[in-house]
Write a protein that binds this ligand. Structure first.
Ligand code: NAP
Ligand code: GLV
Length: 306
């Protein structure tokens, strides 16, 4: 088995060492232009040249959960595209989203401002029932986030493409269920893959359907959100705030209004990071399963786009 490693913005040596330790019988090399043909690839943001030179690949392991950037390229026709399936990301995502929801619900940003002024001032307790959280995307990450939020006894709504049932989650699905899902939610969390169907899904029309005082948490992809529409609804008072981890252009440009907006919290695409050891263990396990002819989780449906 020949494996080629082609990951941009990634320190390659620790990955190569880890992959070699986990797959001692494989020949694992760092890709460079003109490198010999491999059977499978481990990639993050590879160039089109990489795939043009490796059309024989049988499997491509993406070291992230989202494959929107990968699917824009011309991919080897017979390769299975396999994305990370949790690999330590879901608990990070649950921490991030619970933190953002609780920070908003308990008004911790107000207490932080009070601290700077040496001010001792209670805020009235608010009712969880008034803060239903709607999660768009009930996949590996969305389902874990829903579970974590319901542990804190927030009412949780979930929306997915196909119908689902999850304990403690009011489930909605498809285009037919979207309007009711939005109307039932005050806090909106985006955990959808970026596809033709989900691009720009958080816009003036959809965000206006959230309950008044709505709060937006985008942890999926920047292109899910129409930035100007969010800003207009924050300024009109219909929305109370937003926590944003992902942006149309990353790093977020210095002049972008999100940086200085008093109701917006920005983090640098860090809500759920790829963890090297967990990811290598998952890739090694899946490679072994594929060699035995078994099915593995996380194989991308190229037609659906995720
Ligand atoms: P996943 O397991 O594939 O789940 C995707 C969910 O979205 C599924 O429930 C799916 O519905 C639903 N969905 C897809 N298209 C839809 C549509 N048109 N209408 C309604 N629901 C739709 O993906 P995941 O592992 O949870 O990851 C989700 C996304 O998170 C990734 O694609 C990536 O962009 C993002 N992400 C961000 C970070 C970060 O650090 N910010 C880290 C990791 C991942 P079905 O269940 O019916 O198929
Ligand atoms: C990160 O954004 C990922 O898709 O894994």
């Amino acid at each position: 088995m020949r494996i080629t490693f082609c990951c941009t913005d990634t320190a390659s040596e620790p990955w190569l060492q880890g992959l070699r330790a986990a797959l001692p019988d494989a020949q694992i090399t760092l890709w460079s232009a003109g490198a010999p043909a491999a059977d499978c690839a481990v990639v993050w943001a590879p160039s089109q040249q990489f795939f043009d030179e490796q059309p024989q690949l049988q499997a491509v392991f993406n070291i992230g959960a989202g494959v929107d950037a990968l699917l824009k390229l011309q991919l080897p026709p017979n390769a299975k595209i396999v994305r990370l399936d949790d690999a330590g990301m879901s608990v990070q995502m649950a921490e991030y989203v619970c933190h953002a929801v609780i920070r908003h619900f308990r008004e911790f940003d107000g207490y932080e401002a009070d601290t700077r002024q040496g001010k001792w001032s209670f805020r009235k307790p608010r009712a969880r029932a008034d803060f239903p959280v709607g999660i768009m995307g009930l996949g590996v990450l969305g389902e874990r986030v829903a579970r974590a939020l319901s542990q804190f006894e927030f009412p949780v709504n979930g929306w997915s493409r196909s119908p689902k049932a999850a304990e403690g989650v009011r489930c909605f699905s498809g285009a037919d269920g979207f309007k009711d899902f939005l109307a039932a939610s005050r806090v909106l969390v985006c955990l959808l893959p970026l596809t033709a169907d989900t691009r720009d899904i958080m816009n003036r029309k959809t965000l206006s359907q959230l309950q008044p005082g709505g709060y937006v948490i985008n942890v999926a992809r920047g292109a899910h959100l129409v930035d100007e529409d969010l800003l207009a609804l924050l300024d009109s008072g219909h929305l109370g705030g937003a926590t944003l981890d992902v942006f149309r252009s990353e790093p977020l440009p210095a002049e972008h209004p999100f940086w200085k907006h008093p109701k917006v919290t920005v983090t640098p695409h860090t809500s759920a990071r790829t963890l090297r050891s967990e990811s290598i263990a998952q890739i090694a396990g899946k490679l072994a399963a594929l060699q035995r002819g078994e099915a593995v989780a996380g194989v991308v449906d190229r037609g659906q786009g995720y």
